[in-house]
Design a protein around this ligand. Structure first.
Ligand code: GUN
Length: 288
């Protein structure tokens, strides 16, 4: 058997098309969604992601305001910029691309972003709301993973979901979102003694670790939905996920490719959060 491909590129395209229509409508009412994209330093991967986010803003009609700062930027300079963006009514969302150069305190910077503009959903207000099941910004990558499941009618209710990876921005929020959809959730991590055994229980297997081929074909339950959130560069320069795709697709029922799965969805959900921020700041009703 060969798994059905979960085409994140296509799902993201549909989301972007819907958002473009929504932005057109908002603009006709005088609301112009704006996203500040802050990049500090010269990290090549970060530069690529930021360029992609700004390009997508342009396609949808969101105003992007780019701030490219040198790696000599001080903590105070960066915090002053955040304060300025927090107070600027043209800016509905603020994205500070991570990782920040050494010497800068990421947590202090992220905590400084106004909760109303935290479109990454990384701050304590957004993450607290997620735990409390209150409406708020959902972190983009886990939100994208949930939207891919939804697009392929994979309902987590009553299923056993296993999340490999416990990061604050992907693994933990994804586990909460799966729980919200009534899955029974196991979170695995580097200290989990019997990873293979746990993964084999998964009807939905989500992997966000950042290690190429850490999930081998024999760790995938027959018919499982596999969501690969890893992005790794091989010594040959190829982009691969955390799952051994060729082996896993022979056992899985559904599988996301890398690239073309979680990546485009993350950017689409950032756009979604920015439009949501614009609506909320304009005092409009929102459904989250
Ligand atoms: N670095 C890698 N992924 C992300 C992301 O989704 N948001 C931000 N701000 N930085 C990142």
């Amino acid at each position: 058997m060969s798994a059905e491909l979960i085409d994140g590129k296509k799902v993201a395209e549909r989301i972007r098309e819907d958002l473009k229509k929504e932005v057109d409508e908002l603009k006709s009412r005088g609301i112009n969604p704006g996203l500040a994209v802050v990049l500090v330093g010269e990290n090549p991967a970060s530069k690529k992601y930021v360029a992609s986010k700004e390009k997508t803003c342009g396609e949808i009609g969101i105003n992007s305001f780019g701030y490219k700062l040198p790696d000599t930027t001080t903590q105070k300079e960066l915090l002053d910029l955040i304060d300025k963006l927090n107070a600027d009514p043209k800016i509905n969302g603020i994205l500070v691309q991570l990782p920040l150069p050494k010497g800068l305190n990421e947590k202090e910077v992220m905590d400084r972003i106004s909760p109303a503009k935290d479109v990454d959903g990384f701050g304590p207000d957004a993450l607290g709301k997620l735990v409390l099941d209150e409406p708020g910004f959902i972190p983009c990558t886990p939100h994208g993973a949930m939207k891919m499941l939804e697009a392929y009618n994979i309902n987590p209710a009553g299923k056993h979901a296993v999340v490999v990876g416990r990061s604050v921005i992907v693994g933990k929020p994804l586990a909460l979102l799966l729980l919200r959809k009534n899955a029974t959730v196991t979170i695995c991590h580097s200290k989990t003694p019997n990873l293979k055994e746990e993964c084999l229980k998964a009807d939905i297997l989500c992997v966000a670790v950042g290690r190429a081929k850490m999930i081998t074909g024999d760790m995938v339950k027959q018919g499982a939905a596999v969501i690969d959130i890893g992005i790794n560069v091989t010594p040959e320069g190829k982009i691969v996920g955390d799952v051994d795709f060729d082996a896993a697709k022979e056992r899985a029922g559904y599988i996301t490719p890398v690239p073309g799965g979680a990546g485009p969805m993350t950017i689409a959900m950032l756009m979604y959060n920015t439009v949501l921020a614009a609506r909320m700041q304009a005092g409009m009703k929102v459904e989250i």
